[in-house]
Design a protein around this ligand. Structure first.
Ligand code: BEZ
Length: 391
């Protein structure tokens, strides 16, 4: 064959090969569409921004690609509103045809997303919402979490408060899945270790009219108060608790959402508060220091737990994609690689449980100035019990 003929034959062969290539093979060269469903408005808006920042930071560190595939974002503001959640997630799945959904913050919204992900078989990575149900009865091979379960973050605090010699506690939270589950988990840890929850108080999400409930706490006079609030609600609660003169009278405890990303606005009112969480300031590991420097350089602020969870959601997706050379049609291999992943997180390395939820150290932290300073590891390698998960 002449050189010219050889050249033409090669072109024809290449053309035929691409004409008969499987969709999967073709897909590997296209962009991966990430549907980011997070709050951009409302009580949890700042949490959504930190998650997005963290996710995008990891992708940027990989040159804007995961496993060689460019990442494209489609965003939906879920407003932390469960009544709009099904419509919102279906926009991403059915209208935008995303390859993976990343979201969200609010447990009630996340439960609707998990149902849609299960029904459609779309990969879902949850970078915050702790709803126990999602990695319990609703668990599924295509649903992963890079954050925590509500049980994990509050159970540890129950043990800590009881070990501090507190005998009675009042709980106060928003009345929705996250609040209910965190209070139940705190009660489990506290009562197993010798304490007694004497009163449970709540108000609807996202209400912040705390005065009547604070008066009830003052008259009940427990040894301790356990609370779950986050974002703008946490700022208002910590400030109102101190304003009502309760801070000096009855120690306040909670999962670290109470003081993460909020210290600027809580100032003096938060000083000394003890919280438990899977991230802390002052870990001073090379991994965390590098992450914090990179985050600070990119966004000119210090990262919080939400930023870490977003960053790790991207790491988890990257590990899965790498195992299948970017071919998302190889679902079994993709999910198997994600399940077996060891995530080199700024919080400390973690693995996933059989329900695809992080198995991780829970730190005891104390507010000192603008930091949630690590005190010690309250519970080592804590795994959510994954009650009801049949996977
Ligand atoms: C939740 O709804 O699961 C949640 C929201 C904010 C912080 C932590 C948990």
């Amino acid at each position: 064959m002449t050189t010219k003929r050889k050249f033409i034959a090669t072109i024809v062969a290449a053309g035929l090969a691409s004409a008969f290539a499987t969709p999967a093979a073709l897909a590997q060269s296209g962009k991966i569409k990430v549907g980011l469903m997070i709050p951009a408005t409302g009580t949890f808006a700042a949490l959504g921004t930190a998650i997005e920042n963290g996710f995008k930071l990891h992708v940027a560190e990989q040159g804007g690609r995961l496993a060689g595939r460019e990442i494209e974002y489609v965003k939906v503001d879920d407003e932390s509103d469960p009544s709009k959640a099904t419509d919102n997630v279906n926009k991403l799945i059915k209208r935008d045809n995303v390859d993976v959904i990343v979201g969200t913050v609010h447990s009630g919204v996340a439960m609707a997303m998990a149902k849609a992900a299960k029904d459609s078989g779309t990969l879902l990575i949850i970078p915050n919402a702790g709803a126990d149900t999602i990695t319990g009865p609703m668990c599924a091979p295509n649903i992963f979490r890079s954050s925590f379960s509500n049980w994990q973050s509050a159970y540890a605090m129950g043990e800590v408060v009881a070990k501090q010699g507190k005998k009675t506690a009042v709980t106060i939270t928003w009345k929705y899945a996250a609040g209910d589950e965190m209070v139940a988990a705190f009660k489990e840890g506290f009562e197993k270790t010798g304490g007694k929850v004497v009163k449970t108080l709540s108000l609807p999400f996202p209400n912040v009219e705390f005065q009547a409930l604070l008066t009830e706490i003052a008259s009940t006079k427990p040894d301790a108060v356990f609370t779950f609030f986050a974002g703008a609600g946490a700022v208002k609660f910590v400030n109102d608790y101190a304003g009502a003169g309760l801070k000096k009278a009855i120690p306040l405890y909670g999962p670290g959402f109470l003081t993460d990303g909020t210290l600027e606005a809580q100032g003096e009112n938060a000083q000394g508060l003890l919280t438990t969480l899977h991230y802390a300031d002052g870990l001073n590991t090379p991994r965390d220091n590098a992450f914090r420097a990179a985050y600070n350089k990119a966004y000119k602020i210090q990262p919080d737990v939400y930023a870490v969870q977003g960053y790790d959601a991207a790491q988890l997706l990257g590990i899965g994609l790498k195992a299948v050379n970017g071919d998302m049609s190889k679902k079994d291999a993709l999910y198997a690689a994600m399940k077996a992943a060891r995530i080199d997180s700024p919080r400390g390395a973690f693995t996933l449980s059989r329900a695809n939820n992080p198995v991780q150290d829970i730190y005891l932290r104390q507010v000192v100035g603008k930091e949630n300073k690590v005190q010690n590891v309250a519970v080592k390698a804590l795994a959510d019990p994954a009650r009801g998960c049949k996977m």
